[in-house]
Design a protein around this ligand. Structure first.
Ligand code: FAD
Length: 324
């Protein structure tokens, strides 16, 4: 009978994925194939990078639009301060809101190609906190405008439309590379929350203690928003070196040695996945005192196999049971 095959979903901490906009037709095909599997896993949201690695506003928006049109998964748009005038940034936020995006990850942004840290590459907005404020302002103005348009609400004050905007920001368990101290990182995070951020997503990290210590410090400093741990399964020593170069994180020599000790790509892959599962198990649900139960935010590299293995290994994927 139908009930005999009913699926039982065990409530668990949530998980989410990060994608980047593909830059070639072949990369787009790979992404589409993976997207189907990622969506089927039922993530809380899928975020799409912007600006990093030269991706453009239109390529980021087209992935977001696809998610909105073809799935019921929440699409989170990364936005940055790089190169935009105040007017450009305002227009861009309106464009995303008009497209139906109600979740943002507000970032200062990586230096664009040809620029380096320390160069002047930002526009009118100087930090992620200012972008958070601008998103709130644009959203509030838009909401008021639409209410004024409704017959029977002439000049109505802004009322809550029930569409809460999620504004996430970046957090750095091992410190932002430009930061002078842990206190500066914590002050920056607090400033972003004060500006209106309601979720923090961490830079990738390789040891559970990095995250656990950071969350303790953030709570002691007064940060109350959920701090979602960001994890990337790293499947080869080359990939690990490249990621460390891109993020300026410290090279985890223990993981590097374990990957290098393997002779085959399959062996390296197994080590990378086992490492991510162990890391995930140690951090999932640890930041749950009154802040919801954050699971994992997984950096996918636009591929589904490894991250789904990590979700199964950490038991974050819903278990479907047949009752017979
Ligand atoms: P901010 O919070 O503005 O901070 C940047 C620096 O300024 C820090 O050193 C901080 O300490 C200092 N600072 C800022 N405000 C204050 C303050 N009020 N008081 C004291 N110090 C302050 N980059 C992209 O280009 N595109 C992406 O899609 C992208 N996605 C990312 C996703 C995640 C989850 C993460 C963790 C990073 C991502 N990045 C992306 C990288 C990010 O843009 C860079 O790490 C950037 O250098 C910092 O961004 P931020 O938003 O943390 O900046």
């Amino acid at each position: 009978t139908a009930t005999a095959n009913a699926a039982t979903t065990v409530e668990r901490p949530t998980f989410s994925f990060e994608l980047y906009p593909p830059r070639t037709v072949a990369a787009e095909e790979t992404l589409l194939a993976s997207l189907e599997h990622l969506v089927a896993a039922g993530p809380e949201f899928i975020s799409v990078t912007y600006g990093a690695n030269g991706s453009s506003r239109s390529s980021s928006l087209s992935v977001l639009l696809r998610l909105l049109a073809e799935t019921d998964i929440k699409a989170m748009a990364h936005l940055t301060c790089v190169g935009s005038s105040y007017a450009d940034a305002t227009r861009l936020i309106r464009e995303f809101l008009d497209a139906g995006v109600t979740s943002f990850l507000a970032l200062r942004g990586d230096p664009p190609a040809g620029a380096a840290e320390g160069d002047r590459f930002l526009g009118d907005l100087g930090s992620a906190g200012e972008l958070v404020q601008l998103i709130h302002r644009v959203q509030a103005e838009r909401e008021q405008f639409s209410l004024n348009d409704v017959p029977g609400f002439p000049g109505a004050k802004r009322l809550s439309s029930g569409h809460k905007v999620t504004i996430a920001v970046a957090a750095f368990p091992n410190g932002h590379p430009r930061s002078r101290s842990v206190e500066q990182d914590l002050d920056t995070l607090l400033a972003k929350e004060a500006a209106g951020a309601n979720l923090a997503i961490t830079q990738l990290f390789f040891h559970a203690d990095d995250y656990l210590r950071f969350v303790d410090q953030a709570r002691a400093a007064g940060v109350t928003m959920c701090i979602l741990p960001g994890i990337m399964p790293v499947l080869s020593p080359q990939r690990l070196r490249r990621i460390v170069e891109l993020t300026d994180e410290k090279l985890p020599t223990d993981l590097l040695r374990a990957l290098e000790a393997q002779e085959s790509p399959e062996g390296q892959r197994a080590v990378g996945i086992a490492h991510a599962i162990e890391l995930g198990r140690a951090v999932i649900g640890t930041d749950d005192v009154g802040f919801g139960r954050p699971g994992l935010h997984l950096y996918t590299f636009n591929q589904h196999e490894a991250v789904l293995e990590v979700l199964r290994g950490t038991e974050l994927l819903s278990v479907t049971t047949n009752h017979n």
